[in-house]
Write a protein that binds this ligand. Structure first.
Ligand SMILES: [Zn+2]
Length: 344
């Protein structure tokens, strides 16, 4: 486990459609250990390790690069910025936060909030919608207008830290998925099948990159790596937890974008049991992953998602348990090294 690699992944910006800086970080990690790599027209990055078998299949592992973020929608005369969300932030978590604005230079900023002294009782109980939030860069209007233009990217600003057994910060969705993909790709000794690590674009705006990536690659099996909701916290009944922190990798049965291939679910469950890898079966009532995009490509592709349990998703205090991250890497490596044990 490399905290430094995960921290770099979490802090490198990738707004939907503008994943290039992050793709360069992925490239540094994966290109030295790949037999072949390329980027498609949409920006999905493919890394292949050739299989040793006589008739290797293509196995696509997908993790998305983009984070929930914003682009600048409007700049006021006085230099305040209004923003357009790309992905589903909870507006309750956004006020009084620091952001980074990627204009002609990277500018730190803050999401402002009207002073409590000037708010009405009604305003204090109401959540400010994203379209009404504004960013203050601490600069005169004319300076802002020369540095920032409509369409520039904006991300939250929050460093990854360790608390207890957790890693916590922004963008663990899906940087921890990208991290597990990189770790597994580095770790597996060999496979009979061709293994493709695919860093996808534009997942948070509707699973767009994975759909195109799967159409181009035409894999025999698709495995998405993403976080899922760990709702094991005060105020939520245990039957609604979905998964729990520290209880292992989530083997997804379904979410609202895909129903995992039944044979793959049973294969992964058995594999985890045999290898003694901590795991939990996951049903997510709302939300989805790149598996949804891969599954409906061409004639249909058998897919599954391996999920990393995450508390406080889509906020700047997203948290994952370090043992769950390791369990995800271990299960993926176990599958890859003996992939021909699974036949559709
Ligand atoms: Zn995600």
């Amino acid at each position: 486990m490399s905290f430094d690699v995960l921290r770099t992944l979490c802090s490198t910006p990738a707004v939907g459609g503008r994943e290039e800086a992050f793709r360069a970080v992925v490239h540094t990690e994966l290109s030295p250990i790949s037999d072949e790599h390329y980027v498609d027209a949409m920006g999905n990055a493919f890394y292949r390790r050739k299989g040793k078998g006589t008739n290797p299949r293509r196995i696509m592992i997908a993790a998305h690069m983009d984070e929930i973020a914003f682009i600048v929608r409007y700049v006021t005369k006085d230099g305040f910025l209004y923003i357009q969300p790309l992905g589903g932030f909870d507006p309750r978590t956004l006020v009084a936060q620091r952001v980074l604005v990627y204009g002609r230079q990277t500018l730190p900023g803050i999401i402002g909030i009207k002073p409590t002294h000037f708010t009405t009782a009604e305003e204090r109980t109401r959540v400010t919608p994203v379209e009404d939030l504004f960013i203050d860069l601490g600069l005169p209007g004319e300076d802002v207008h020369s540095l920032v233009k409509v369409g520039d990217c904006v991300t939250m600003e929050r460093d990854l830290i360790q608390i207890g057994n957790f890693y916590t910060g922004k963008t663990l969705d899906d940087r921890v998925g990208v991290y597990t993909m990189i770790e597994a790709f580095k770790k597996f000794a060999q496979s009979d099948d061709d293994i493709y690590a695919v860093a996808t674009v534009q997942e948070e705006v509707g699973v767009r990159g994975a759909k195109v990536a799967a159409f181009g690659l035409q894999p025999d099996i698709g495995i998405a790596l993403d976080i899922t909701i760990a709702a094991d916290m005060p105020g939520i009944e245990e039957r609604n937890w979905c998964v729990a922190m520290g209880k292992g990798v989530g083997i997804k049965i379904m979410d609202s974008y895909s129903i995992s291939h039944h044979g793959l679910v049973e294969h992964f469950r058995t594999l985890a049991e045999e290898r003694g890898i901590t795991h939990q079966m996951e049903i997510l009532p709302k939300g989805g992953t790149d598996a949804g995009g891969m599954q409906m490509s061409r004639n249909g592709i058998p897919v599954i998602t391996l999920s990393i349990p995450c508390r406080y998703t889509h906020s700047v205090v997203e948290s994952v348990h370090k043992d769950d991250v390791q369990a995800t890497v271990d299960l993926l490596v176990a599958f890859i090294e003996n992939s021909t044990a699974f036949a559709v």
